[in-house]
Design a protein around this ligand. Structure first.
Ligand SMILES: [Zn+2]
Length: 342
């Protein structure tokens, strides 16, 4: 997948960045990520090609995630342990525990993480690595860090922090929901089932729930990015959220708002039915569920129509913002391990 970044580099977004080519006769899976940063005149900055096989001093770290699952970190960081590599591994372990406990699901596969260090981070880059298909990863991810930056704690780079505490739990949520036989998922090139508000709403709940457990101050920034306190007051977002498709032409800010709106709908639902119970109910369904069927379930649980559900979601967004602002003022170091859930 290719990302275009206009203007000065600053971005943090949830998007799948893995392109898997399983048609390759060697059955290797290709992980590719391309980021193009645009200058003020719209011209892309020259792209740097990053190929881990050609990077000197790559090291391989293996961590046990339990039940046969592994976290593998491939990195060129020379003093990785002193810089906090074990803190990264611990965060991934806690993420697995959180997602499984909150969802009631089981993650079957591990994580392959490339951590590549540069003296000067490339503005535009293309990364490609291949690994055997049978390796069976839930997630394959890349994070770039500057030489000397800590990997864990308050000084860790924002991109790595967002990857560990927001993107990873979100994507693991997709792995859990992908195991529910009745739940329909949009497929490229096919008509939409309009289940995205449900699926990405749950994934966002998991992501923000894990961020809250780990660091309420980080959660405050993540909630602000989704305009959680006001997103449901926008008529166009309320109109779009239940017909949100995988393939669309939304601007990035609208797409980001729709993630927030979807999360708030699921917040309203899971205030009445805990998430692990809801996932169990969906798992037990034997007839296919599209977005309309799910919306009818939500209306029945809340006891009102979709318009009123959206009003409740708007109130939930204001409440979450207020409550988290209060919590984040209290001293709450990362990895504190409390059991708050959203
Ligand atoms: Zn998603």
């Amino acid at each position: 997948m290719k990302w275009l970044i206009p203007g000065i580099l600053f971005f943090s977004m949830l998007a799948t960045n893995v392109s898997a080519d399983i048609s390759d006769p060697s059955y290797d899976v290709i992980f590719a990520q391309e980021v193009l940063a645009l200058g003020p005149d719209g011209t892309p900055y020259p792209s740097t090609t990053i190929t881990p096989e050609k990077i000197a001093g790559m090291q391989h770290y293996l961590f046990d995630l339990g039940r046969g699952r592994q976290l593998v970190i491939e990195t060129n960081i020379r003093n990785a342990e002193a810089r906090g590599l074990f803190g990264v591994a611990d965060a991934v372990k806690r993420c697995y525990q959180y997602v499984e406990t909150a969802s009631g699901g089981a993650l079957k596969k591990g994580v392959l993480l490339y951590l590549i260090e540069f003296d000067e981070l490339p503005l535009s880059y293309a990364f490609e690595a291949s690994y055997p298909a049978e390796a069976n990863w839930s997630e394959v991810r890349l994070a770039l860090v500057r030489t000397g930056e800590p990997l864990a704690g308050p000084g860790a780079p924002i991109e790595l922090t967002d990857l560990l505490y927001d993107t990873l739990p979100h994507e693991l949520g997709h792995d859990i929901l992908g195991e529910l036989p009745a739940l329909r998922h949009d497929i490229d090139g096919h008509p939409s089932y309009y289940t995205r508000w449900f699926i990405d709403g749950i994934c966002e709940l998991l992501a923000k729930g894990f961020a809250r457990q780990e660091n309420p101050q980080l959660l405050q920034r993540l909630l602000a990015m989704r305009n959680i306190d006001s997103v449901m007051a926008q008529a166009r977002i309320r109109d779009q959220v239940f017909v949100w498709e995988q393939n669309n032409s939304h601007a990035m800010n609208v797409e980001s708002d729709l993630y927030g709106a979807a999360m708030l709908l699921m917040k309203v639902w899971t205030e009445r039915v805990p998430l692990d119970v809801l996932v169990g109910q969906i798992r037990a369904q034997d007839t296919p569920l599209d977005g309309y069927a799910l919306r009818a379930m939500l209306e029945a649980v809340v006891g009102c129509n979709a318009d009123r559900v959206c009003q409740r979601a708007e109130l939930a967004g204001k409440r979450m913002t207020r409550e988290n602002a209060l919590t984040s003022r209290l001293e709450h170091p990362p990895g504190g391990g409390d059991s708050n859930t959203l």
